[in-house]
Design a binder for this molecule. Structure first.
Ligand code: LLP
Length: 456
């Protein structure tokens, strides 16, 4: 859809609202050179210093989102709470370090994510290890480190029961169940409906609880469900709250010493003006109220609640800056410009047909008079970041910024076409520091070996 934008200033953040409701990070401003600044740093200066493409992560925006989640749970929920960061959105040392420092826990899904969280200083009892096919080695590692394990299926629970016998403390496990709740989001990122590869079938819940009662080496901490991602409606999570309290009381009736409910993640974010997500505060209020009511109706003390935001914590804290290169006009059809990155640093448009907006960091007040399609540099016709973007007259050398690239961009980035992954910088109060180095061509070659017979 073509949307005419007056100038890029229209993307500047509004004073009210959560980070997930802003297209640009909270600290975005325009300086006296008509340039975009984030965290007090001019984007064009950052590109000059660190190169392009460049992920620019705004520390204040990330921390503000962490605080809003925690404060909202404390305000609205009648029991204790722990928001944990779904680090699949972007797992690296610096980000894990910041969310831990903000008092959050971490959700990890692999040995790599787990080891990064541990190295960043996460307390093992605040790490929740997810995954529908964890390896035996991963389970052994999680047990040895003392992490909570979110069990997904029968093979896993049987493996855990076997491994748990060998350790002194009971192994803390959460049960992931598929709640059968539909929500309107892209098919690939919907997980709560019954036909999903994740979680136990809730119709077998009694069997599961009976099994756990016979396994004293496993400590059933609680129940978990995640219904999907980029969700704008309130109702699905409120329905979920009720369903989960039902599972919780059922576990109690089997004599299990259960104490936690994990409602997953899923709150949507604003990528373009077409998206209208709830604020973090409103989302938490809705889920907390539904949980409070369901607990009151079931006459139980509200258990500890875990929520697992990924996208809504980090997506809007980051932008990607590119340098504009070649252009091409197909008369009467379309004008293209190409940037120095594309589907390797942002695979979401080609994977999910996700929409993004863009702006020129060096022309914030210039009227957007042109409709231009922003292509990447990969050898693939579908490598288009934004179709029919509204931009000012654009020339080679301009710095094009795509906002809302903090979630599932770096973490899903690839080296397609042997293109190196960009660097990421962390900005705050006028200082910018590297948080992930830019890959080099030497990095790309480091796993390559020439078999001896090819060398003769
Ligand atoms: N908890 C579990 C068990 C999850 O599977 C996920 C996301 C989350 C929490 C965090 O959900 P969020 O708050 O970020 O919506 N690559 C896709 C998104 C995949 C989501 C996977 N699971 C994308 O780029 O849109």
């Amino acid at each position: 859809m073509t949307v005419m934008v007056s100038t890029a200033r229209q993307y500047l953040p509004e004073l009210n609202g959560s980070p997930n409701q802003q297209i640009l990070p909270l600290t975005a401003t325009v300086n006296d050179r008509d340039g975009l600044e984030i965290g007090g740093c001019a984007v064009t200066d950052l590109v000059q210093k660190f190169g392009s493409p460049l992920y620019i992560l705004d520390e204040d925006t990330l921390r503000a989102a962490c605080r809003e989640y925690q404060q909202a749970w404390q305000k609205y929920y009648n029991g204790s709470s722990l928001p944990i960061y779904a680090s699949k959105a972007w797992n690296c040392l610096a980000i894990c370090h910041m969310v831990i420092a903000e008092g959050m826990g971490i959700d990890v899904v692999s040995e790599g994510e787990l080891r990064t969280a541990l190295q960043a200083g996460a307390q093992p009892d605040r790490i929740y290890f997810h995954g529908n096919n964890k390896s035996r080695a991963e389970l052994e590692l999680a047990i040895a480190e003392g992490c909570n394990i979110v069990v997904d299926n029968w093979l896993e629970i049987e493996t855990l029961a076997e491994l748990a016998v060998k350790v002194v403390r009971p192994v803390p496990v959460m049960l992931r169940l598929t709640p059968g709740i539909e929500c309107h989001t892209h098919e690939y990122i919907r997980t709560g409906h019954l036909d999903s590869k994740f979680g136990f079938d809730p119709t077998r819940i009694e069997e599961l609880f009976k099994y756990l009662v016979t396994k004293p080496h496993l400590h059933c901490l609680g129940v978990h469900a995640h219904i999907g991602s980029q969700i704008f409606e309130q109702q699905p999570h409120q329905d979920l709250a009720e369903v989960m309290v039902g599972w919780f009381t059922k576990a109690q009736s089997f004599g299990l010493n259960i104490s936690e409910i994990n409602v997953g993640g899923g709150l949507g974010v604003k990528y373009t003006e077409l998206d209208d997500p709830q604020s973090i505060d409103t989302w938490v209020q809705g889920v907390a109220t539904a949980l409070n009511q369901a607990c009151a109706a079931a006459q139980i003390e509200p258990p500890k609640v875990i929520s697992e935001p990924g996208r809504s914590l980090i997506a809007n804290a980051c932008v990607t800056a590119y340098q504009v290169g070649s252009s091409k006009e197909v008369p009467g059809i379309r004008k293209y410009i190409a940037v120095d990155g594309g589907m390797s640093d942002n695979p979401r448009p080609i994977t999910y047909q996700s929409l993004y907006r863009c702006l020129l960091a060096n022309k914030m007040s210039a009227p957007c008079t042109e409709t231009i399609t922003v292509a990447g540099k990969h050898c693939e016709s579908g490598d288009v970041l934004i179709k029919d973007a509204s931009l000012p007259a654009t020339a080679a050398g301009d710095i094009l910024v795509v906002p809302v690239t903090g979630a599932y961009n770096y973490s899903m980035a690839s080296n397609y076409n042997r293109i190196t992954r960009p660097a990421a910088v962390l900005v705050q109060d006028g200082s910018a520091e590297i948080m992930i180095d830019r890959e080099t061509w030497q990095d790309l070659l480091r796993f390559d070996r020439l078999p001896a017979r090819l060398q003769q």
